[in-house]
Unconditional design. Structure first.
Length: 207
């Protein structure tokens, strides 16, 4: 019986850490957030050596001027989507570690667990939401154009640049973007559910 209990605890450790939550957050909520984290990390690892191996090298411009392509690339992609979502993953991972350490250091009673998980979910919403807002600011159309005109120095007056494999790169970006949205949705549902539980517990105490 003791071994079975230990196995159950071990099975819960990974989704608890990867989701940044623990009961009373729902089983589906914790495992959903954990699965999304793993899927996003796997997508980054797979694409790092394929479509994102050399983003600048994939940009072709009809210019003979030295340095033109680099300048056009800087205008075209202020921040490479892969680097952007890598930073997002680092921030989310740091948040998960901080939440995990905080919960390990403190022993919460029932209402405290509800409050701590609410704060954890809210922190996740703010982190994911901040990056979505930044993504909109950098790429208002949510994706990069396959071809564009560039007139930056030292380019000629009319230079046209084309990004190879841009469809796959935009597909990656939209996938990561949608994963963030789903994470926010799950967290908001869990916050609402936890808030209802907290309200009910307060009502019982008052009665």
């Amino acid at each position: 019986m003791g071994k079975q209990t230990q196995m159950d605890l071990d099975m819960e450790t990974i989704p608890t850490f990867l989701s940044g939550s623990q009961p009373p957050v729902s089983f589906l909520g914790r495992n959903g957030l954990a699965t999304l984290f793993v899927v996003r990390l796997f997508a980054m690892i797979v694409t790092a050596e394929t479509i994102w191996k050399d983003d600048l090298h994939d940009l072709f411009c009809n210019s003979t001027q030295v340095g033109c392509r680099q300048e056009c690339y800087n205008e075209f992609s202020v921040l490479t989507p892969f680097i952007f979502f890598a930073l997002q993953t680092i921030f989310v991972t740091t948040l998960l570690i901080a939440v995990s350490c905080s919960k390990n250091l403190r022993q919460y009673h029932n209402s405290g667990q509800v409050d701590s998980n609410c704060l954890s979910m809210l922190s996740r919403v703010l982190t994911e939401g901040m990056f979505l807002v930044l993504w909109h600011a950098i790429y208002p159309g949510l994706s990069r154009k396959s071809a564009f005109k560039c007139d930056r120095f030292p380019c000629e007056p009319t230079v046209v640049c084309t990004m190879l494999g841009n469809r796959q790169k935009n597909a990656f970006s939209m996938f990561m973007y949608m994963c963030s949205l789903v994470c926010i949705l799950i967290c908001m549902i869990e916050i609402f559910t936890l808030a209802k539980k907290r309200a009910k517990s307060i009502t019982k105490i008052q009665v």
